[in-house]
Every structure is written in C-alpha cells, then in structure tokens.
Design a binder for this molecule. Structure first.
Ligand code: BT5
Length: 248
C-alpha cells in the first residue's frame, strides 16, 4: 500500500518508505534551520525510545517527527510532549480506539479497570537551545497503526487490533491539526491531558534519576510534572521518569 501524505499547511512533508529513525532525520533538518517539517516513514530500521531503548517500527505504522521552532523557555518544552500525547490520543479516539494517556508520554488502551493497559503509541521529544529559549524541538510520535499487535513487543496494541485499519494520511492530518492547535494555546494542554489521563488516581512507582518514589498520582502541574501523595502524607513532584501503575 503506497502512503500518500499530502498534509495541509502549516506542515510540509518529507516521506520515506524506510529510514533509520525519523527523529534523526528531523534533527538534521532542524539543525539546517527547518521549521514545521514533518518527517514520515512507513518503516523505521533504527527506531528509538527514551533512554536509548529500542522502538519497534515495522511497515504499516505511523512513524513521524515534527520539527518545531517555538519561542518558549526549555522549562515549558514538556508541554509539547503532553500536547503530542493528547493529539495522538484524540486522533486514535476518532478512529474508534479507547485511547488514554499514561504519564508522561504513553498513549495506551486500558485493560480492565485497575490501571492495566497496552501501549498504542509513544512520544520522544528532543531539543536544543539556550537556558532561556528553545532553538528547535523535535517531537517524535510512533503509532502502532495498521500492524498486528502480536508482531510487536509484549504489552503493545495497535489501531488494527483495537478498531481495524485506518487511512494513515487522515490519522496524521487529524493528529497534526490537534497538535498545531494545542501548541499555539499551551494553556489548554494540561486540562486536555487531565481529561484523558489514565495515571491520575492510580497508585504508582516512578523511577527517576534521583531515585524511586511510590504514592498516589493526584495531579499534574502547569508544566506537566506528576504530583504524588506519598504514604507519609507528603507531596512529591516528579518532572521526569518512568512510571509504573501499581495494583491498589
Ligand atoms: C517511547 O519510549 O515510548 C517513545 C517512542 C517514540 C517512537 C517514535 S517513532 C517516530 C520517532 N522516531 C524514533 O526513532 N522514535 C520516535 P519509551 O517510553 O522509552 O518506551 C520504549 C519501550 O516501549 C521499549 O523499551 C519497549 O518495551 C516498548 N516498545 C517498543 N516498541 C514498541 C511499540 N511499537 N509499541 C509499543 N511498545 C513498544
């Protein structure tokens, strides 16, 4: 199936049948000064997750990276990641998938009602800039679209398995419309994220560079950090890390 990605403004598309990682290509374009370019591929041979983890990206998925040049401080960059998760979840919901968000950046489908889930999509944001201003920011989005979930790593699901195949062009167009609206109205990101959050109300363990915290996830801050209430009644705010939902 040939993929036709003729997206609407403000985005222009660079499409590859196969590429190592769309994030790597988007970073090259960003360094050359590009803006609002969307790199898309049918297949990635070296897809990356966070912390050098591998991202499985076979043919049939939506593997994309958006080059942004936002006039924001680096401290607000996590809002772009949250905006991408919200936009992805909304596009998936329109395709008939019960998509929710697991803090900070996973788009998941709940399994049962105790916080279990399967992962539908992941986001990888990379940026460069000064202390007071971002130079460029690449938001990488990987969606398991028209792929059998059993050919993906354990714990993954796909749009195909949840709701049937989608027209990828239409899915990406929807996703980018939502993303564009949210990035131009950053105040709207956190409320939209809260509405879709699976993590809020869960008992969680967060692994972060400074060590592990366990508690109840009660909120996120205006910059997207997770607020935990620990067992000794203290509040802990975590801005980055890996989050695991625990059984109540
Ligand atoms: C992420 O990392 O979730 C970010 C994934 C970003 C992928 C996009 S695709 C377009 C762009 N180009 C790239 O090279 N990357 C971005 P993280 O939270 O670290 O999760 C990684 C973990 O998810 C892995 O260790 C696996 O356990 C699992 N995993 C790998 N591939 C998966 C898949 N296709 N679906 C669901 N889970 C997967």
């Amino acid at each position: 199936e040939a993929v036709e990605y003729d997206l609407e403004a403000p985005f222009s598309v660079e499409y590859h049948d196969a590429i190592g990682s769309t994030n790597d290509r988007a970073r090259e374009l960003a360094v050359e000064g590009a803006s609002d370019v969307v790199v898309l591929a049918d297949e990635q041979t070296g897809g990356r997750g966070r912390l050098e983890r591998e991202w499985a990206a076979p043919s049939g998925g939506i593997w994309t990276s958006v080059v942004n040049r936002p006039a924001i401080a680096p401290a607000r960059a996590p809002l772009y990641t949250l905006a991408a998760s919200v936009a992805t979840a909304r596009a998936a919901r329109e395709a008939g998938v019960d998509a929710r968000i697991k803090w900070p950046n996973d788009v998941v489908v709940p399994v049962g009602d105790e916080g279990d889930y399967r992962k539908l999509a992941g986001i990888l944001t990379e940026m460069e800039g000064e202390t007071d201003r971002v130079a460029w920011l690449v938001v990488g989005i990987g969606v398991n679209a028209n792929i059998d979930a059993d050919s993906l790593p354990e714990g993954a699901t796909s749009v195909r398995d949840e709701a049937g195949d989608v027209t990828r062009r239409r899915f990406v167009q929807r996703l980018l419309e939502e993303f564009d609206a949210l990035r131009s109205d950053l105040e709207a990101v956190v409320p939209a994220w809260r509405d879709l959050a699976l993590t809020l109300g869960q008992r969680v363990r967060v692994d972060r560079p400074a060590g592990e915290v366990v508690g109840d996830a009660v909120d996120i801050t205006e910059t997207g950090a997770l607020v935990l209430e620990t067992d000794d009644g203290e509040r802990a705010t975590v801005s980055a890390g890996d989050c695991e939902h625990l059984r109540p």
